[in-house]
Design a protein around this ligand. Structure first.
Ligand SMILES: Cc1cc2nc3c(=O)[nH]c(=O)nc-3n(C[C@H](O)[C@H](O)[C@H](O)COP(=O)(O)OP(=O)(O)OC[C@H]3O[C@@H](n4cnc5c(N)ncnc54)[C@H](O)[C@@H]3O)c2cc1C
Length: 468
């Protein structure tokens, strides 16, 4: 007889594994299925975690090579041991994926390794990685199958010379020249890693600025700083094709608006033009689960699809493709199943680009406020006027606070600068609580710390910053 569960989650990424653990905490008999050998999905295996491990290591290398002289520290002969750096990254990934397996055991979530296919609402076929198949039953099915990289026609990914983010996380040598196609966060983070390790990196972006989805001031500011660190940019440029030669890959570039072509040679090309929802093999069309034209599974406020008892969360539905967004949705979906009224404030979901300096944002951009006709006031404060940034010798960047002109409620916070990714948590908390700029401005911030720049930007909304 088929094993019967209250909840079966398909996908053990940050959306799926968190949903499964929360469901089990709420007393539901839960299983989580994933076709990977290890838990943690894209994020832990080939995404957030390995990329941040390499960003951290490469940042330390760049600092050891030439970043410490300002502090009066000279290091002669700092050398790269790429194999050791990669081994550390792999160890971090293994530790964290095993951590998820431990949490499954602790919470009595049954982890089933295999590919899932939904036969009908309440019925799932699982083909184990060894080939054996079984059918299981569930009162509720939560689809958390995530996303995959979008390929660029004409440039077949071989993960050696033409790589996706997955290949770029595992190169066995530093390419002399790397072309990064796409100026979003994945291309910029991985381009930063290889640039710091010695590659001559060129980022090619179709639009006229990098980080096109963020506040208009952030992309150009980051571009200036990355250019200073040695990365080259070709904006408003289209990759029209590529040829794999014996030695190098030659990309054909042309202006986005049309015009004369040029070529760009590279030893490795990273294709990072975005990600798309992944639901292959689930059998959604056969059972009639509705998707939008972009392939995202359509869900209600309760994360329920058009088929009763089938839910979806994370990268496979609408909204930003971010691990923490997937986690919140996983929790909300199963808490709602348990009768709780959990809400997610999508305006308070932060996003972070882990370059140096970091870029982080929460809430609305200026462009979005203008388009919506919202009257707002802006407060800005540069890190060059922040005492801690001075002591750290990290003075690039600024904090920008956008507040409603009538109510002073914080509508958006945009930061480029040291530890922006850590600082944005305070802004997200403020927005979650519906804080005004004055609330942040009147909150005592320890001195000397970087978050004082957020306080000063909040003061600047009312024209009363102290240190500028
Ligand atoms: C290089 C890179 C860096 C990133 N960095 C960050 C970052 O710093 N911060 C951040 O917030 N986000 C980051 N992301 C995005 C983040 O990884 C995703 O938003 C997140 O993993 C989405 O979680 P998810 O649970 O929806 O799906 P996923 O993590 O994609 O997990 C889906 C899982 O479902 C499994 N699956 C799919 N189909 C089936 C099936 N039929 N049967 C069984 N199993 C199946 C897959 O094997 C996979 O393990 C990064 C992504 C990449 C590629």
């Amino acid at each position: 007889m088929a094993e019967r569960y209250d909840v079966v989650v398909i996908g053990a990424g940050p959306g799926g594994y968190v949903a499964a653990i929360r469901a089990a905490q709420l007393g539901m008999k839960t299983a989580c299925i994933d076709s990977r050998e290890t838990a943690g999905g894209t994020c832990l295996n080939i995404g957030c975690i390995p990329s941040k491990a390499l960003l951290q290591s490469s940042e330390k290398f760049a600092e050891a090579k030439n970043g410490l002289t300002e502090h009066g520290i000279k290091i002669d002969g700092a050398n790269l041991d790429l194999a050791a750096m990669m081994a550390r990254k792999d160890k971090v990934v293994t530790t964290l994926t095993r951590g998820v397996e431990f949490l499954f055991r602790k919470n009595k979530v049954e982890w089933i390794k295999g590919s899932a296919r939904i036969a009908a609402p309440g019925r799932i076929g699982v083909t184990a990685n060894g080939g054996a198949s079984q059918e299981i039953e569930a009162k509720a099915i939560v689809i958390a199958t995530g996303s995959e990289s979008i390929p660029l026609p004409g440039l077949a990914i071989d993960e050696q010379r033409i790589v996706s983010s997955t290949g770029a996380l595992a190169l066995d040598r530093v390419p002399e020249r790397m072309a990064v196609i796409g100026g979003g966060y994945i291309g910029l983070e991985l381009g930063s890693v290889w640039s710091r390790l010695g590659s001559k990196v060129t980022v090619v972006e179709f639009l006229d600025r990098i980080l096109p989805n963020m506040d208009r001031e952030l992309g150009p500011a980051l571009q200036r700083l990355l250019t200073r660190s040695g990365i080259a940019f070709k904006l408003a440029t289209k990759v029209a094709g590529g040829e794999l030669g014996n030695e190098a890959v030659t990309l054909q570039l042309e202006p986005a608006k049309g015009g004369e072509r040029e070529t760009l040679g590279a030893d490795v090309v990273l294709v990072a033009i975005g990600r798309r929802p992944f639901a292959n093999g689930l059998g959604l069309d056969e059972i009639g689960v509705v998707r939008d034209p972009a392939g995202r599974i359509t869900v209600s406020e309760n994360f329920e699809t058009n088929m009763p008892g089938i839910y979806a969360i994370g990268d496979v539905i609408r909204g930003p493709m971010l691990a923490h967004k997937a986690e919140e949705e996983g929790i909300a979906a199963v808490e709602r199943l348990a009768g709780q009224q959990t809400e997610i404030d999508y305006d308070a979901i932060p996003s972070v680009v882990y370059t140096w300096p970091e870029v982080a944002a929460v809430g609305k951009t200026e462009e979005e406020l203008k388009a919506a006709g919202v009257e707002y006031r802006t407060g800005k404060f540069p890190f060059s006027a922040n005492a801690r940034a001075r002591t750290n010798a990290d003075t690039d960047g600024f904090v920008k606070v956008l507040a409603d002109a009538a109510t002073d409620r914080v509508l958006g916070v945009h930061i480029i600068g040291p530890d922006a990714g850590t600082m944005i948590a305070e802004a997200a908390l403020a927005m979650e609580f519906g804080a005004s700029a004055e609330d942040i401005a009147r909150t005592c911030h320890a001195h000397p710390t970087l978050p004082e720049a957020l306080k000063e930007a909040a003061l600047a909304v009312a024209g009363r910053a102290i240190h500028i």
